[in-house]
Ligand binder design. Structure first.
Ligand code: HEC
Length: 426
């Protein structure tokens, strides 16, 4: 024992920088210039180009949603004390989250607004509204303490989005987290999802944990299922006038989960590749740069791109069952507003909501700023792999039929110019 110990002490200690040292160069999280939507809004506010007269509460939330182009119908409600403002949240006063593809806004009546705005080069940037009784302070400021949870183990210590599924008691306390629920994604089984969340809509015969409270001990909490799974209204739980809308739409929940998982894949790839290129001092902009990284990085980054590709193409998506799910319709309309159809009218955003979420299983997040800002060698690698997967037989992606692959290839060729140009030169 002692020998081993001495040997360990004598070994040279090489402390390298890790890909998730987000505050150090080349990432420089706290000093890098910001281009995320909320930072852009605050620049306009501080330059006097925008005035926000609404002091707080519902009117301010409504105004911010307009300014940030977030649909009100994206509202989803979580009633557990799992986030920063623990005291304010409980089943009678749930926390509302509103989102689009780049900004997530959280708020509960009598609470302060929390905003996670996705910067394409940095991931989540976190803003907190000033205390309600301190009107002399800046309306919003970046907050480091958010990172205490939002750059923790769930996001591999990178600044990102979170979500949990828990056994909630009648006060909204977390009796216990769902053990098998690692991270929000479209891969998580429905029976483990949405513990502590409200859900309106119909999920067919598929069981989930929304709208249900748990009783019993922390060690052995038991859900009290009493037919609360498919709810048209949440009236029995809280005063519906408190929030901007009375619902927590099932489609918004599904899209939220898909997006958070996709953001995570982009975030991880962004930081790993940027660090790898920096450490190996490579400024080659083609995908071949990824083969010239340090040997460990080649393997790690290869595995990270594997995960990204599987997620992008829904390889491990859990089944929605054969029955059609029913959503409220308003969020669906808002979600589809910017769909990018090809000449045959097909788009990546087209929903199926039976068996699976989408008709054409390649995430529309490939059009996002977060994807566009990934280092060029990584984007090329994704296009290269997409081409191989979509035009040949690749066993790991045999969930996609020949016709679905062809449809995705055609849609991307017509709607994503960078992919089209890359493929044209292969
Ligand atoms: C105690 C841990 C914790 C802290 C600190 C925290 N959050 Fe969160 N946050 C969560 C959890 C957990 C969720 C998932 C939803 C839920 O359970 O309420 C979440 C969700 C969010 C969401 C919705 C988008 C998403 O990530 O799912 C926003 C926006 C958000 N937080 C912003 C902030 C901001 C801004 C701060 C700092 C002012 C902050 N949070 C501090 C735990 C935390």
């Amino acid at each position: 024992m002692i020998r081993v110990f001495c040997y360990f002490l004598l070994a040279p200690v090489v402390v390298g920088q890790s890909f998730n040292d987000y505050d150090l160069p080349p990432h420089d999280y706290y000093n890098a210039p910001l281009t995320d939507p909320m930072s852009n809004l605050l620049k306009r506010l501080h330059a006097g180009e925008l005035a926000l007269e609404e002091p707080s509460g519902k009117p301010l939330v409504e105004r911010l949603l307009v300014e940030l182009d977030i649909p009100v119908s994206s509202q989803i409600l979580v009633f557990t004390k799992t986030s920063l403002q623990r005291r304010a949240v409980h089943p009678g006063n749930p926390r509302a989250i509103y989102f689009n593809e780049e900004v997530y806004l959280g708020w509960m009546p009598n609470g302060r607004i929390e905003i996670t705005s996705i910067d394409p080069n940095l991931g989540g940037v976190f803003y907190f509204q000033r205390p309600l009784d301190e009107p002399e302070r800046l309306l919003f400021a970046r907050e480091e303490r958010c990172l205490g949870c939002h750059a923790g183990s769930a996001t591999n210590f990178l600044p990102g989005l979170l979500g949990m599924s828990v056994f909630p008691d009648a006060d909204g306390r977390n009796l216990r987290s769902v053990p098998s629920f690692d991270r929000v994604s479209h891969d998580a089984p429905f029976e483990d999802r949405w513990g502590g969340w409200f859900l309106t809509g119909h999920t067919g015969r598929v069981k989930h944990m929304a709208n249900v409270l748990a009783k019993g001990s922390r060690r052995d909490p038991v859900l009290q299922p009493d037919g609360r799974e498919n709810k048209a209204s949440l009236q029995e739980f809280f005063d519906l006038d408190l929030h901007l809308r009375p619902d927590s739409d099932v489609l918004a929940l599904l899209i939220h989960d898909h997006q958070i998982g996709m953001h995570y894949c982009f975030l991880e790839a962004l930081y790993r590749v940027r660090q790898g290129l920096y450490d190996a001092k490579i400024d080659d902009d083609s995908r071949h740069a990824l083969t010239r990284l340090r040997p460990n990085d080649v393997a790690d980054i290869g595995a990270c791109v594997d995960r990204l590709m599987r997620y992008l193409l829904f390889a491990d998506e859990v089944s929605l069952g054969d029955e059609s799910w029913q959503d409220g319709g308003d969020y669906r309309a808002a979600f589809l507003k910017d769909r990018r159809p090809d000449q045959k009218g097909r788009a990546l955003k087209d929903l199926r909501l039976a068996g699976r979420l989408f008709e054409h299983r390649c995430s529309y997040m490939i059009y996002s700023q977060s994807f566009a800002a990934l280092p060029r060698p990584l984007r090329e690698e994704v296009y290269f792999r997409l081409h191989t997967i979509l035009t040949t037989d690749v066993e790991a992606f045999d969930h996609l039929s020949g016709s679905e692959k062809q449809a995705i290839h055609e849609i991307l060729t017509e709607t994503l110019p960078e992919a089209r140009d890359y493929w044209a030169n292969l």
